[in-house]
Ligand binder design. Sequence first.
Ligand code: NAP
Length: 278
Amino acid sequence: MKIIYGSELSKEMKEAMANEVKTLDRKPCLAVLLVGDNPASVSYVKGKNKACLEVGFDYRQIDLSEDASEMEVIDVIKSLNEDDFVDGILVQLPLPKHINEQRVINSIDPGKDVDGLHPVNFGRLFAGLDAFYPCTPLGIIELLKKMEVDLEGKNVVVVGRSNLVGLPVSRLLLKQNATVTICHSRTKDLARITREADVLVAAIGKPRFFTEEYIKDGAYVIDVGVNRVDGKLCGDVDFDNVKDKCAAITPVPKGCGPMTITMLLENTMKSYRMRSSK
Ligand code: NAP
């Protein structure tokens, strides 16, 4: 059994990016908009800031208070859309309840939507066109490459159908010619389906849900879940219970999480390249 650390892969990718940044005329720039001071959001934003500095990107953070109006948020985004020095715009989610998240996402220039959440990018992904794809799904594909799984014709089961993870990763896996089954909370007899999976992607947000009866012998397992139990992080997969059954598995922490941030940097670099070639 191999444990595939996203933290190590992320370090390799960031080193390569940092070397490329040194050769550029100007630094790629990521702008992050934070509304309010939700502790989890503050910590995620800090992680993005640190990653940008590591690779030599410019990082701009715009902080708005919890009671900022939707119009104020959209006005900030409009000014970032027009700023030629900004390559990527990310709005840290969730937004306070009085703000409509979808309207805010819709206001981002799709050409700077490095989180890949704008309907134009989402639509292009499903149409099989180039676009900014969401970061966690991109990270999952990189982790599977690192596992050296040839996805063609493999039975891949994705559990979770969110717009952030389950749905887009399923489309990316189809693009790799996997045979993809998407499961969710209404799926009947889930264990029967996941036991057929050569590759299992677990993205449901339920701590240590997937125990050995859900896993096929020799499966490749990507654990996307981030859950906190007794103050400690754990995934959706019961790692200790299943690890000896798997060919390879990602841990939590140090699995998918670091790859999500790395793919955000990759998307920002992609935006920089596209914009500077215009
Ligand atoms: P989400 O929007 O809450 O979606 C959860 C999905 O899981 C839904 O499709 C839901 O089905 C399904 N589900 C819930 N309970 C289930 C069960 N018992 N059996 C089968 N399916 C079930 O969550 P998300 O945003 O996709 O995130 C999923 C997990 O990944 C969370 O733990 C989140 O923290 C983590 N995450 C990690 C990263 C990272 O970078 N590592 C990034 C994003 C998310 P229905 O659609 O039927 O409700």
